[in-house]
Ligand binder design. Structure first.
Ligand SMILES: Nc1ncnc2c1ncn2[C@@H]1O[C@H](COP(=O)(O)OP(=O)(O)OP(=O)(O)O)[C@@H](O)[C@H]1O
Ligand SMILES: [Mg+2]
Length: 502
């Protein structure tokens, strides 16, 4: 008889008219790795948050070690050894890594922070997980992937016996994701229960003992991972079979006009000079490792990096006074890497969020009236298939994947010349992924120049007409058409192919 660590009995959770979790009964064995999968908005995070004491169920009960519990706050759950690594980063940016790892946790007594003990504790965690994060650095100075590691360290630092990890690998490189999965395996061997929420079904099948599938808030299945395949999971998630292939590539003619022309770009005032062009209808992928400088290049082109130097021309017209404002005027759109701190106003409606950067343009066109704005927003949200009660719903209330789609809708509405997308499919489900691929392909077919950053090689290979490999903020390899080759891309990203230059 397996030993149930946590059990949900007939749990439901409503947010207004939305049934986020619908009569879920689920048993999670002690020391197991239990994965939760499902489409965006299926209720995975909500189930996690109910177990972690963030939300209280409206109906049903929770049992820990066979005892009924009522969690009024995450603190109550932590007292039972339960903690959560949230999907959206929740660190305090102006504090150090050390402070964040120990904030609100042990070991401290009567408000007195015992620094030496902390350092020892911290060192032992670092040693266990093999993450290399500078202890005294401020969180805001770290890249997003590093911040994700701090989140994980914080959960481990709490000595929890049940950790809920909501998309923990969404911001990590392939290597780091593997490291995290080995930590998960180790935790489980040591008796810690892990609830793993992920859209990476390959990782789920590798790491989990049991996989539970949620659809529209309800539990569809809960079976041993060895009985599942990616295909069976996808079918259970969406209730039908799915075409997960990439849309056909329509290569632009070689004499298509250059829409995006970047000359002598230098990120952050230092580093090498970069030149690149993208033609109308062309999809160019920026490949490389996390931290190689891909996002920095994307941001600098868009004018989001004040220290960047260089010239950017969109549709033959130089983008003057390089700033995000002038880029927007030039019809450029950037879908940023991290939605929480680089884009969305969480407390505002979908409508405001999607229309916000365009109000300037809309009003100059005499469009300040609500109606055309609503129509444009509604159309954009339909195109990307945002699941919400209405466009008036606050973005904060959307599931993580639907927040990502809101950003997509925003820039989709604006992009008239150039679309720059940084990891556009991170955190979205398989169905939405395909929808985003279609959107990118359609944007290119409509004559836009598309530049996208992706850590998924399959995505780069499947979408791009041309690939630029970035290493140390430089473009070290360029491959187009038939030259596209995974081994060469990886080799250049890791610098193992000596002598291969652009
Ligand atoms: N605080 C909230 N207020 C209102 N509605 C919410 C809130 N949190 C979640 N919801 C709604 O509950 C449903 C389930 O959301 P949840 O975040 O659990 O989905 P998810 O499976 O984690 O999706 P994703 O893969 O996109 O992260 C969605 O329809 C979402 O809009
Ligand atoms: Mg979620």
């Amino acid at each position: 008889m397996p030993d149930a660590h946590v059990e949900l009995r007939g749990v439901s959770k409503l947010f207004g008219a939305t049934t986020a979790v619908d009569d879920v009964s689920l048993s999670i064995d002690r020391g197991s790795v239990h994965a939760l999968v499902g489409e965006n908005g299926a209720g995975k995070s909500t189930v996690g948050k109910i177990i972690a004491g963030v939300h209280r169920p409206d109906v049903g009960s929770i049992l820990v070690d066979g005892q009924r519990v009522i969690f009024r706050s995450p603190r109550d759950a932590l007292a039972q050894g339960i903690t959560m690594v949230a999907q959206e980063l929740s660190l305090v940016p102006a504090r150090s890594v050390r402070d964040n790892v120990f904030l609100g946790g042990e070991p401290s007594r009567a408000g007195f922070v015992r620094t030496r003990e902390q350092r020892r504790h911290f060192d032992s965690i670092i040693e266990r997980v093999g993450f290399d994060v500078p202890l005294d650095a401020l969180v805001m100075d770290l890249a997003v992937a590093e911040q994700q590691k701090v989140e994980i360290l914080r959960a481990l630092g709490r000595n929890a016996n049940l950790i809920i990890m909501d998309e923990p690998t969404a911001r990590l490189s392939t290597d780091e994701a593997q490291t995290l999965l080995s930590i998960v395996a180790r935790l489980s061997r040591e008796g810690t229960t892990v609830i793993l929420v992920s859209h990476f079904l390959d990782q789920v099948l590798e790491a989990a003992d049991v996989v539970s599938v949620l659809r529209d808030g309800a539990l569809v299945s809960s079976r041993a991972a060895r009985e599942e395949t990616e295909r069976t999971l996808v079918e259970a998630m969406i209730g039908r079979t799915l075409d997960t292939s990439f849309p056909p590539k329509s290569v632009p003619p070689p004499d298509a006009p250059i829409v995006l022309d970047v000359r002598g770009l230098r990120c952050g005032g230092t580093g090498p000079l970069i030149d690149l062009t993208v033609r109308a209808g062309e999809i160019v992928g920026l490949a490389g490792l996390v931290g190689s400088g891909r996002s920095e290049i994307a941001r600098a082109i868009y004018g989001a990096d004040r220290r960047a130097e260089g010239e950017v021309t969109a549709c033959g017209r130089p983008v003057k006074r390089r700033s995000t404002r002038s880029s927007i005027r030039a019809g450029m759109g950037l879908i940023p890497e991290s939605r929480k701190d680089q884009g969305l106003l969480l407390g505002r409606s979908i409508r405001d969020n999607v229309a916000l950067p365009h109000l300037d343009v809309l009003s100059r066109l005499g469009w300040m009236r609500r109606q055309p704005e609503n129509q444009a927003v509604t159309k954009a949200t339909e195109v990307v298939d945002i699941r919400s009660s209405s466009i008036e719903q606050a973005v904060m209330e959307l599931s993580g994947g639907n927040q990502q789609k809101s950003l997509f809708a925003r820039w989709f509405l604006n992009s008239r010349s150039v679309l720059i997308a940084d990891e556009p499919t991170r955190g979205v489900d398989v169905g939405a992924k395909r929808a985003i691929y279609d959107l990118i392909t359609d944007a290119a077919s409509a004559g836009l120049a598309v530049l996208f950053v992706s850590s998924e090689l399959e995505e780069v290979m499947g979408l791009a007409h041309r690939v630029l490999v970035v290493r140390d903020q430089q473009i070290v390899l360029e491959l187009a058409g038939d030259e596209l080759d995974e081994t060469r891309i990886l080799g250049a990203a890791f610098a193992t192919t000596a002598g291969e230059t652009r």
